[in-house]
Design a protein around this ligand. Structure first.
Ligand code: TYD
Length: 211
């Protein structure tokens, strides 16, 4: 596949401020007409899988089943949206991607990382983001931030789980320093946004994008 587009993903624990950042980036990104997606979801099939995954009543979903459902939602998203958009030279901004599976199902649930990498390789054909912005935040701060909303199935897992997920993310960042940029999400929102834009501009310059 010739990859003419750019693929940026946003990652972090629940309540880290990803969704706010995505909204705040809209003004900067708008001229590039970004394809905005979220995981799990963004296709009809993937949104249905999302409902299954986040429904608190589904407390019998096994860990591997959970991992495979996230992977299935992603598989559909890659085929329907991500691959065609990259081939068409578009800019993709994704709220979560494979790193979420490694952090949540791998470090959080304790599933073998090899299994998860192989599964996701099958589902994505090896398509990786060009840049991942990791919003790093203490899970206790994140908990306070999202105290007003009704928690979904994953958010109910508690502090220890979120702490393992955070550690997982930081480990992913250490292993992939060129792709994954860590942003301190405890800073004021304007600084988080500023840092994110700097990283995106750097990437665009590096890739001479758009051509
Ligand atoms: P969502 O409401 O989109 O949370 P957020 O706004 O924090 O992104 O729900 C997605 C949930 O699914 C979130 O708790 C993280 C979890 N998740 C995984 O466990 N594995 C995955 O591969 C993905 C994509 C998400």
């Amino acid at each position: 596949m010739s990859r003419r587009g750019l693929f940026i993903s946003l990652e972090g624990i629940d309540g880290c401020g990803k969704s706010s950042l995505k909204m705040e980036l809209q003004e900067f990104l708008q001229p590039y007409l970004p394809v905005s997606i979220r995981e799990p979801g963004s296709t009809v099939i993937s949104e249905q899988i999302r409902q299954l995954l986040l429904d608190c009543r589904n407390d019998t979903i096994g860990d591997r089943t959970e991992a495979m459902l996230y992977a299935s939602a992603r598989c559909q998203l890659v085929d329907e949206i991500i691959r065609p958009a990259l081939e068409a030279g578009r800019l993709i901004v994704a709220d979560r991607y494979i790193d979420s599976t490694i952090a949540y199902q791998g470090y959080g649930r304790g599933i073998q990382l090899d299994f998860l990498y192989n599964l996701n390789q099958l589902c994505t054909g090896g398509i990786e983001p060009d840049l991942t912005l990791l919003l790093d935040l203490d899970p206790r701060t994140a908990l306070v931030r999202r105290a007003d909303g009704r928690p979904d199935r994953l958010e109910q897992e508690g502090l220890q789980f979120q702490t393992r997920v955070r550690e997982g993310y930081l480990q992913i960042a250490r292993t992939n320093p060129a792709r994954v940029k860590v942003i301190d999400a405890s800073q004021p929102q304007s600084l988080v946004k500023g840092r994110a834009i700097e990283y995106i501009k750097e990437l665009m310059q590096e890739r001479s994008w758009p051509e």
